[in-house]
Design a protein around this ligand. Structure first.
Ligand code: UTP
Length: 290
């Protein structure tokens, strides 16, 4: 079996829920405590042993490319000023030379289309997909858990979580059977079903390990919910053709594509980190009193 070596990071969405912040800056550069969302996604991949990245970008996304590049002048200045910790933090945010590819989606035709744009860079091997506006925190990482499940099952694996039934129309929803130790066989996938039509309340949370056959289905450019080319529809076509599982994710997860989810992520991460924990508690206490 081939090892999962590559990740596709679709970052070409318009981020309309975060306007005007996303007018000139990509949503994935929004910062949770002290690092942009995209860096959390890259670090999640590195923790899972994935070191090659394909970023599918759109307009106004050059800040993403710069973020993972070496910053010669900044690094030299930090060195001169003896700021070793800051220098390290800056250097930690680079990706190894040659390990990051940036390709443009050109038109936001949907998540399936964005993933399809990465097909020639991925080639015929299994790969991970991460939607960086979903922040997950766990040990091992969510993607690491999917990679391990892929190694056991040999096929496609998506991370799922239970959501309130009223919210099914915001997600891809999985129907499953034979759940054992959090891993279940997928029997159906539907994108953004109305609550009354949803086959379950298990929502796909933006983390996938997929086999390259998904590109054969995406090649057809069929549109689905919202008139977009949906990744969920292409994945649904693989059910029954090859192993397809859903992994119930039990770690922390924040929907940073929404304002409240993003705020929650900032507070939760600040409360979790040793260096910000105490100050954040005190701050929240003061604010709640006021
Ligand atoms: P969203 O559904 O969150 O859309 O996309 P969006 O445009 O980013 O944000 P809103 O809803 O307008 O506020 C989910 C993921 O799929 C990517 C987005 O970048 C995000 O990571 N995406 C979506 C693309 O790369 N291309 C698309 O055509 C659509």
């Amino acid at each position: 079996m081939q090892r999962v070596r590559k990740a596709v990071l679709p970052v070409a969405g318009l981020g309309t829920r975060f306007l005007p912040a996303t007018k000139a800056m990509p949503k994935e550069m929004l910062t949770v405590v002290d690092r942009p969302l995209i860096q959390y996604a890259v670090e999640e991949c590195l923790a899972a042993g994935i070191e090659e990245f394909v970023f599918v970008t759109g307009r106004n996304k050059s800040a993403l490319e710069d973020h993972f590049d070496a910053a010669y002048e900044l690094e030299a200045t930090l060195q001169q000023r003896g700021k070793a910790r800051e220098l390290q933090q800056t250097q930690d945010a680079t990706i190894k030379p040659g390990n990051a590819i940036f390709t443009r989606q050109q038109r936001p035709l949907g998540l399936g289309h964005a993933v399809w744009c990465a097909r020639d860079w991925v080639g015929r091997e299994p790969f991970a997909v991460l939607l960086p506006d979903e922040l997950t925190i766990d040990t091992p990482s969510c993607t690491g858990q999917l990679v391990a499940a892929h190694e056991r099952t040999g096929g496609n694996v998506v991370a799922v979580m239970d959501v309130p039934r009223a919210q099914t129309s915001s997600y891809g929803i999985a129907a499953v059977k034979d759940e054992k130790d959090g891993l279940a066989a997928v029997t159906g996938l539907v994108e953004k079903p109305k609550p009354e039509a949803a086959p379950s309340t298990l929502a796909i949370i933006g983390r996938y390990v997929l086999t390259p056959e998904v590109f054969d289905h995406l090649d057809r450019h069929e549109t689905g919910a919202g008139g977009e080319i949906q990744l969920t529809d292409a994945m649904a076509k693989m059910i029954g053709q090859q192993p397809f599982h859903a992994l119930r994710y039990g770690g922390q997860r924040y929907d940073c594509g929404s304002r409240i989810g993003f705020l929650e992520a900032n507070v939760a991460v600040a409360l979790h980190r040793e260096d910000t924990k105490a100050d954040t508690r005190a701050l929240l206490g003061r604010l709640m009193k006021g």
